[in-house]
Design a binder for this molecule. Structure first.
Ligand code: KIV
Length: 283
């Protein structure tokens, strides 16, 4: 069992801020774990940032299992959380259970479900079975088509009520935490005060119990990132320069240079061996 458990995450509410970042492969998960991040999260955002899709609606269970396996192999300390992709849990509780089990068997410690009140029964069932669940409300990207794109949530009373009802339903069902995505900060604060489980915000301000960001946004892998995401590095520029240097050096013959290859010191010895080999081959 890894050191950071859902129980520990629950106990961090009000004591210590929770950190969470997405990771989709072995090397990034190794680094996230080494950095001391609490939750390493295989998000369905991989559809967009890894596979180049316009939204997350085409992400499959196969993709999630595949990436969860790679991440789980790398992480020793942090909690490994895996996202339930669109259509993997909405059709029936049975299907949701089967798919959650697949992610746990791929190495996840817990699963995340977008939505709250609509999935209270499923969350309850999973928790009873022993599968820890994190909920997700506010902006739920899997409802991209209904929402007509991505936008800030909580401007109307109806939206505030829906977000709060979701969070309370998740708490009741036994979820160990809830993501609040892209809500007005006051709404996130209200929810954080009203529920006993930790709230983990993304684009929802400082008055929450923790923060989650997407790997590519934190590291500046793309030229642009969402306005709420802080870029802690600009790897886009670093990677681009490295690739341009590599390309140029191969073209000019600068790479590989002496320290990157090995040759026979005794050329006579090599010529003798080569002659023998050529004779045998050309027989
Ligand atoms: O898939 C994802 O990356 C997410 C975060 C935005 C919370 O759900």
């Amino acid at each position: 069992m890894r050191e950071v458990t859902p129980k520990k995450i629950r106990e961090m509410k009000g004591r210590e801020k929770i950190t969470m970042i997405t990771a989709y492969d072995y090397p990034s998960a190794l680094l996230a774990d080494k950095a001391g991040i609490d939750i390493v999260f295989v998000g369905d955002s991989l559809g967009m940032v890894v596979y180049g899709d316009e939204n997350t609606l085409n992400v499959t269970m196969e993709q999630m299992v595949f990436h969860t396996r790679a991440v789980a192999k790398a992480v020793k300390r942090a909690l490994v959380l895996a996202d339930m992709p669109f259509s993997s849990y909405e059709v029936s509780i049975e299907e949701g259970v089967r798919n959650a089990v697949r992610l746990i068997q791929a190495g996840a410690d817990a699963v995340k479900i977008e939505g709250g009140a609509d999935y209270e029964k499923l969350v309850k069932k999973l928790v009873r079975m022993g599968i820890p669940v994190m909920g997700h409300t506010g902006l739920t990207p899997q409802r991209y088509l209904r929402l007509g794109g991505y936008r800030i949530m909580g401007e109307t009373e109806e939206e505030i009520e829906e977000i709060l009802r979701d969070a309370k339903a998740l708490e009741r069902a036994g979820a160990f935490a809830v993501v609040l995505e892209f809500t007005l900060a006051d709404v996130a604060k209200l929810v954080t005060e009203e529920v006993s489980i930790p709230t983990i915000g993304i684009g929802s301000g400082p008055w929450v119990d923790g923060q989650v960001l997407v790997w590519h946004d934190v590291l500046g892998i793309y030229e642009n990132s969402p306005p709420f995401a802080k870029r802690y590095a600009n790897l886009n520029g670093v990677i681009l320069k490295a690739l341009q240097d590599y390309n140029r050096e191969v073209k000019t013959g600068e790479f590989p240079s002496g320290e990157h290859y090995w040759e026979y010191q005794d050329k006579e010895e090599f010529n003798r061996k080569a002659r023998n080999v050529l004779e045998r081959i050309n027989l």
